[in-house]
Design a protein around this ligand. Sequence first.
Ligand code: FAD
Length: 305
Amino acid sequence: MIDAIVIGGAFAGLSAALQLARASRSVLVVDAGQPRNRTSPAAHGVPGWDGVPPADILDRFRADLAGYPTVGILRDRVNGISGRIDAFQVTLDQSDQVEARRIILAHGVRDILPDLPGLSEAWGRTVLHCPYCHGYEVRNRPLAVLAAGPMVAHQAHMLRADWSDDVTLLRNGVEGLDKAALQGAGIRVDDRIPQRVGGANTLKIAFVEGPDMDVAALFVAPRVDLSDTPSDALGVGLADGPMGPYVRTGPMQQTDVPGVFAAGDLATPMWNVNFAVGDGARAGTGCHQSLLFPDFIPALEKEAA
Ligand SMILES: Cc1cc2nc3c(=O)[nH]c(=O)nc-3n(C[C@H](O)[C@H](O)[C@H](O)COP(=O)(O)OP(=O)(O)OC[C@H]3O[C@@H](n4cnc5c(N)ncnc54)[C@H](O)[C@@H]3O)c2cc1C
């Protein structure tokens, strides 16, 4: 029986594990090795690491943990969880079942990318999801935004306000957009249907009809999914975010299943490496407090009610 299993060993999970490591608690981090920003050549907006490849940041996080003898990191995938607080059983694809007193969910989310040929190949390079993460590098150049979810107008207005005066919203057949407000803000609205995208340094967008469009980047705010994940298996309570579900957590990242904590992209409607690291640290300390003081989390919840 180990103290905690951390499911997902990227920004949130490794941050959580570090807090438990520093209390000499036994921790196993199980990681399938597919962080969400893996296709991106550089992570931005992360103090001390601005512009550094995500894999290099995570290598350093793992190197930090290597100095703590109570922490193990396993490259594997969790495929099932059962049990309850103080006695969880976790099954893995390739290794034996593990038992733990606490669970920290940090397995991230699955992006549901629009079904546009070429888009997934350019994801993280010239097809981008977040102006804060990648907008600065393409500022003052032609940008497009693909209508693929409820945040499209919001994203177009942001980009037009502070990143470029050349922004085109590709309506992609989506109805109900406030065209007058978009055009009033200086955003072009293109009603043509995109057919495919491609290109290395800039992006060429081909349409069913009419000429191609060249842009520095196409922004897409994809919906996300948590089905068939360890969070789903545990049945933790979810909230509805604008881009999809996320795990509801309290002030120490506790979920509504006793003994289960959650951090990172799966536990927030707004995604960012810094948030994942911060919430991971909170989950790690919350988990440690609950191991030491079983009444700690219930008392917090009572106070918040
Ligand atoms: C293309 C792109 C670029 C981005 N660029 C930036 C940026 O520049 N700056 C920034 O701040 N944010 C950026 N983000 C957001 C950032 O990637 C996320 O906020 C961050 O990765 C969240 O960290 P996390 O630890 O919660 O999840 P993730 O990084 O997604 O890590 C989850 C880990 O859990 C593993 N896992 C999943 N299921 C299981 C399982 N069943 N068993 C075991 N392991 C499992 C995964 O393989 C993965 O390694 C970007 C996002 C995208 C999509």
